[in-house]
Design a protein around this ligand. Sequence first.
Ligand SMILES: [Zn+2]
Length: 421
Amino acid sequence: MYKCNEDRMKDKINTFSRFGATGNGGITRYSLSEEALQARAEFEKRMEKTGAIIEIDDVGNIYATLEGTDKNAKRIVMGSHADSVKNGGNYDGILGVISAMEVLETIAEQKIPHKHPITAMIWTNEEGSLYPPAMMCSGIVCNDYLPEDIKHNFEYDKMMNSVSIEDRTTTFGEALEKSGYKGNKSYRLSRENALCMFETHIEQGPILEEAGNEIGVVDCVLGMFNQRIKFYGQTVHAGTFPMNKRKDAFFAAAQAILYLHEEIDKLGIKDLVYTTGEVVCHPCVHTCVPDYFDFSFEARHEDAKELEKVLAVVKSCADKEWAGCRCETVPAWNRDTVYWDKKLVGYVEESAKELGVKYQYIHSGAGHDAQFVSYMIPTTMIFVQSKNGLSHCEEEYSDPKHCTDGATVMLNSVLKADVSE
Ligand SMILES: [Zn+2]
């Protein structure tokens, strides 16, 4: 079997870690920022050296393609994102880009024969850190194929008008124009020009490490729902109003969160994860009892029936009064479990087996560009072990050997796809 080069992988990991380095071991590299443009230039420079042709579509996605023996064959694509969250790490997203680059470099260096064109790509603005939402540009490119309830969130015009959360004035469209990366719509990934896509990514969880496995053969992205739980009380003065007469919306929410944890844990659903990650408090002043509080509640699981049970508990909050406050539950959004293409998943497993690395099947709890792409063309993912399961933080780390093995697994999966049709 063909193998990728660990020294070359290390060199790329180190080089890309400099673009947007925070000085604390991580990076802040918002999409289309100065730092992101440095990463893009580095990608193009290295890919041109392999003989790849660079194309850029109208939302800044970059495609570097090595021609195959059949010029009319559809391309096999590998890609991920090069942007990060604020104070993020050196692996989330960029490892998938680096791995795709490594595959092209290995093919070029070892002159590996292939029939289909093979493409390494960068998806623009996956994190949506500066210009929400996340997975913006795969959402635009795959829009025609997305389910109705997701689709409208990613309409082209709407996305171009997405406003920077930092200065509240610059739009994504303006930043794209200014970056010089507004290319041609005809270069977009499509059913017509692409056979399938692979995305390598760090696991972002502790499962592989705890099991002693370095590679995850990913079979799906978990389904999820996201609700807002709202509490309506009465603002009064914090110093003058007796405790027993208050309608404190914050206190109500605190009780409800405890209730949710207790009742949902009682369901005993294996592998369920649920989170309150976002809150709104009004007026959010230390001298005022809050009259309004709301929190997000999202839950993820493969089985829609299990999620239904959790949703029933969440909705039951609205049937009760909490610390004298009225409660309301409002759906924010949800998605069904997205399964990867079985044939491609099989190639990944075969490749991991042939390489002799320890691997296991695993679900993806997080969303990735691959998820939107899978509505359009056959798609799958490869996970690389994350140290201590940490991600979206500066401590994010994956062993260079594991990273290289991940790239090798992708290379051989691509080559299996190449001879399949
Ligand atoms: Zn990512």
